[in-house]
Design a protein around this ligand. Sequence first.
Ligand code: NAG
Ligand code: NAG
Ligand code: NAG
Ligand code: NAG
Length: 204
Amino acid sequence: MASVIVFLFILATQVSAFRVCPKCGKIRVPYPLSTDENCGDPRYRIYCNNGTVLEFMSAPGFYYKILSINPWTNRLVISPPLIQENTCYSTDLGVGGLQLDENLPFNISTRNTVMLFNCSDNILLSPLNCSSSSFCRQFVDVKEGYGCKGTLCCHFLKDASMTSHRIRVRLGGCTAYTSVVDKQPDDPIEFWNFGIELQWLPPF
Ligand SMILES: *[C@@H]1O[C@H](CO)[C@@H](O)[C@H](O)[C@H]1NC(C)=O
Ligand SMILES: *[C@@H]1O[C@H](CO)[C@@H](O)[C@H](O)[C@H]1NC(C)=O
Ligand SMILES: *[C@@H]1O[C@H](CO)[C@@H](O)[C@H](O)[C@H]1NC(C)=O
Ligand SMILES: *[C@@H]1O[C@H](CO)[C@@H](O)[C@H](O)[C@H]1NC(C)=O
């Protein structure tokens, strides 16, 4: 009798582990993503704030809004942090920028063109493109990047040669950043798809 109960319990937990989470606002939450311990796979935890706003939490506990999810390619796009008005500080500067927990099955995809702003001169030693024709120069003319106008800025494609768990900002380094997904060389800024694309390792 006891073993039957244990068996049923295991069966029940197995079944509930495969439950797909309900929509959050307008966004579908595909398996294995999990907004709740009763659905999805708990290693793929994301957050449904107020039942309406889907969010991804970085390792230091900063929340990024999820803009879209593609269940077929195992990718999701989060919103780059805002840049505070009148300064050139990303709102996640205090936690050092975007940092993913390396023990979790998420990483940063290789389709992000990252732009860094208000960088110190040391950055010129790096292989980033900090020239006067860098894409970052177009961004500082728009409303949100305006506080970064006149600062040293650079762009780079965050490809497989770099860590796929971090976009770093800090005082004395670069203090703000943004990112564009799948940027084509000649796209005018109106067509830039602002976001940071993450991918997840499928559970099986
Ligand atoms: C919370 O959700 C309700 C609708 O469910 C919405 O009216 C309200 O604006 C939301 N609040 C925030 C802070 O997003
Ligand atoms: C920097 O990027 C711009 C825009 O893509 C490009 O025209 C320029 O050749 C690049 N400069 C360097 C030094 O890579
Ligand atoms: C640029 O960064 C330095 C520290 O690295 C900071 O003191 C300065 O206020 C920043 N500039 C802007 C416009 O935010
Ligand atoms: C990121 O994760 C994907 C699968 O989810 C994997 O194919 C890729 O190699 C990972 N990239 C890095 C640089 O770890």
